[in-house]
Design a protein around this ligand. Structure first.
Ligand code: GLC
Length: 721
């Protein structure tokens, strides 16, 4: 159906039908849904009528080829003009084959595998009838108290942008009109949801426009540049106005400046939440503000269907704004081919064949292994396959390793750590005990754990947070490991045996009581369906850890926010001429994080040498090549993430001490060396000035190359006028 046909379809629609297209409801509202058609509960509360449902534009949370076909079929029977539903769901890090949480995927520094994970998720989801996924979430994060850091790829705008592109490519493929096994992506949450004050979900976000543009907008722009079809609004305020009603943010910045002409959907209830935010007297005003700001679809509140018609009839709202929104929604339906085939990729046979297939599980296992970060290892890893191992802790046999937003993934399908270990060693070599629950511990549990570990050669502690301690509304003020588990560590330490901590969690933790009390620490995040197998691959040396942190681990919550690309201040601690006291420091803890951005260990060693520049001065027209020789000076093959950072020594505004500009993940055999080169161009040196112009300045720069943001070789160069 071409443009003009869509326009004529819009013209055929009544105002009520148009407005209903702008409404998204969850499955229980729909007759064809297994839990659908309940006239009581939610429908009555929201004032939703049968007619509104018959004309609704999209359904939230449907899945399963059979179920989706039923919902669509029933809907088309009732819809006067035969306009099909868009089926949208949260497929964030896997559909049913669950991959590591995105913060884990981010630590893999493997963009290809990240893209592959999104492709697999899309193929499973599209065969199951889904058309759109509410992903990728690309919010930049600097506060691990926030529950949703697990959903992001971390604290760096450049790296988040690279992952945004990779995820959109994976979800959408090259052409959604022809590739029915992909889904449309919806980048979220626009904008700057990750900067909620105090790391408390839904809390105020308040920052300068320069900061927003410099650090928080790039990843959304990257997703849009990759063709992302939809954008979701953030719950929070931006410049003092809730994003969902923020005309400057949505019309001026998102649509006009960033060039987005696709569908803008509100987050769940965010339109109506403008009332408690205090910018709308009532639902009618909320509806007016949201549509005026350009929000095309209202998710799970009903202000549009209840008040837009009156607003038009009263002359407060021009119907053309509604027509524009409808046109955008129908355009996506047309692009997805839903007018020709409302069932698109839904295919029960294909669904049975590919969902949770061995190939998909293997991809999940590989990515889980690449996402884990070895934070400490004092000679205890890898484990030997003839050792007697005691596996102790609440995550020893726990399937809760899928993490939040793993919706259709099932814990029962997850490979536990115990199951992973039994793929490596004989049962006679393995003793398992829970030792504690996530938040509680008993003397009985301790006794059982001590007995289990009594004649072990090594103790592996499987510890972490319950998955509902992360994710949406999963915020924690104290980010230590739970007290019961810290006590378990102390009690197990009494045995005087080597101890390894494996952590299952969705945020950087304050690791006091863990990293200082055990001989090795492996951060596994929530590794997904094959998590236990991947962890066993790593601990027994069949894979060498290669993950590198993309979010700093604070020394303590008192340091937050702590991130690598910070400013120097006028009184930097440790400067050559710094005074003892009057510098920017804490009296009781260090300034630097416990583990910095980019950090991660390996079972081998990598050494850097021979750093050189192709020239020391460059102009805006040319570029500069910078190279270094990396050697695997250890005894096993391994992968290293070679990272390039740049510092602009003096800008029109203060500039970060380091900014990631490029990276390369390389594999080296023992003794092997490789020259790694990067090209620096003037456009990589641009930044937002105080007047918001985005340009570079001539002057001195320092290039750093290393295996993390702290330990790096450096050389200066000059950008000429
Ligand atoms: C939630 C989340 C959003 C999600 C949406 C639909 O509140 O904020 O990320 O996509 O609702 O489930």
């Amino acid at each position: 159906m071409k443009e003009q046909k869509l326009t004529s379809l819009v013209n055929e629609m009544t105002l009520d039908e148009k407005i209903a297209q702008l409404t998204q409801l969850a499955t229980p509202f729909f007759k064809g849904a297994s839990d659908g058609g309940q006239i009581t509960g939610p429908m009555a509360d929201m004032g939703i009528t049968d007619e509104m449902i018959e004309n609704a534009g999209s359904v939230l949370g449907a899945s399963g080829a059979k179920e989706v076909k039923n919902i669509q079929r029933k809907h088309l029977e009732d819809n006067r003009l035969g306009i099909p539903l868009l089926v949208m769901s949260d497929i964030v890090h896997g559909y049913k084959t669950i991959f590591p949480v995105p913060l884990g995927i981010g630590c893999s520094w493997d963009l290809e595998l990240a893209e592959k994970s999104a492709e697999i998720a899309a193929k499973e989801a599209s065969a199951s009838g889904v058309h759109v996924t509410f992903a990728p979430m690309v919010d930049l994060v600097r506060d691990p108290r926030w529950g949703r850091v697990m959903e992001s790829t971390g604290e760096d705008p450049y790296l988040n942008s690279e992952y945004a592109r990779a995820f959109v490519r994976g979800f959408q493929g090259n052409d959604l009109t022809t590739e029915k096994d992909r889904v449309a992506a919806c980048v979220k949450h626009f904008a700057a949801y990750g900067a909620a004050e105090g790391g408390r979900d839904y809390n105020t976000v308040d920052m300068s426009e320069r900061e927003l543009r410099e650090n928080y907008l790039p990843a959304y722009q990257a997703a849009l540049d990759e063709g992302c079809e939809m954008v979701m609004t953030a719950f929070n305020t931006v410049f003092g106005i809730p994003a969902t009603g923020n005309k400057k943010l949505m019309r001026s910045i998102l649509r006009e400046e960033m060039g987005f002409d696709g569908i803008l959907i509100s987050d769940w209830g965010a339109v109506k939440e403008m009332i408690p935010h205090g910018v709308a007297e009532d639902e009618k005003e909320a509806a007016l503000k949201a549509l005026t700001a350009g929000v095309d679809i209202e998710m799970m509140t009903s202000t549009y269907v209840k008040y837009l018609k009156a607003l038009v009839e009263e002359g407060q709202l021009d119907e053309s704004l509604i027509d524009e929104a409808v046109q955008r929604i129908l355009t996506l339906k047309e692009k997805l081919g839903l007018f020709e085939n409302p069932y698109r990729g839904a295919d029960e046979e294909l669904e049975n064949e590919i969902v949770m297939s061995a190939a998909h599980r293997e991809a999940s296992r590989e990515l889980a292994a690449k996402s884990a970060v070895l934070l400490k290892n004092e000679g205890v890893l890898p484990l030997k396959k003839d050792q007697k191992v005691a596996l102790i802790g609440p995550f020893a046999e726990n399937g809760d390793i899928l993490g939040p937003w793993s919706w259709l993934g099932s814990k029962e399908d997850a490979v536990t750590v115990k199951e992973g270990f039994l793929q490596k060693i004989d049962p006679s070599q393995l003793a398992v005990a829970k030792g504690s629950d996530i938040e509680t511990i008993t003397e009985e549990q301790i006794k059982e754990a001590l007995e289990a570990a009594n004649d072990a050669d090594v103790i592996v502690l499987a510890l972490g947070e319950d998955s509902d301690m992360s994710g949406e509304a999963g915020c924690r003020a104290d980010i230590k490991l739970l007290g019961a588990q810290l006590e378990l560590i102390q009690r197990m330490k009494e045995l005087g045996k080597p101890m390894v901590s494996v952590l299952f969690n969705g945020r950087p933790l304050d690791l006091h009581g863990v990293w200082d009390q055990t001989d090795a620490v492996l951060e596994a995040w929530y590794p997904g369906t094959e998590g236990g197998a991947a962890i066993a691959d790593l601990l027994f040396g069949d894979r060498n850890p290669s993950g590198r942190l993309t979010m700093s681990f604070p020394y303590s919550a008192g340091q937050i926010p702590v991130y690598y690309n910070h400013f120097n201040t006028g009184r930097p601690k440790g400067a050559p001429d710094a005074q003892e006291r009057y510098v920017s420091q804490y009296l009781d803890i260090p300034n630097s994080p416990l583990f910095p951005f980019g950090f991660g260990l390996s079972y081998t060693e990598f050494t850097y040498g021979g750093m050189k520049l192709s020239r020391e001065k460059m102009t805006c027209e040319d570029s500069l090549e910078i190279s270094v020789t990396v050697t695997n000076s250890g005894s096993v093959s391994g992968e290293e993430v070679v990272q390039l950072y740049v510092r602009d020594v003096s800008g029109e505004v203060v500039r970060p001490l380091k900014e990631l500009k490029d990276f390369e993940k390389i594999k080296l055999e023992p003794g092997e060396s490789k020259e790694v080169s990067f090209i620096i161009r003037e456009e990589q040196l641009r930044y937002h000035h105080s007047d918001l112009t985005f340009t570079s300045d001539p002057g001195t720069f320092i290039a750093y190359i290393g295996g993390n943001s702290r330990d790096a070789m450096e050389k200066s160069f000059t950008l000429l006028k």
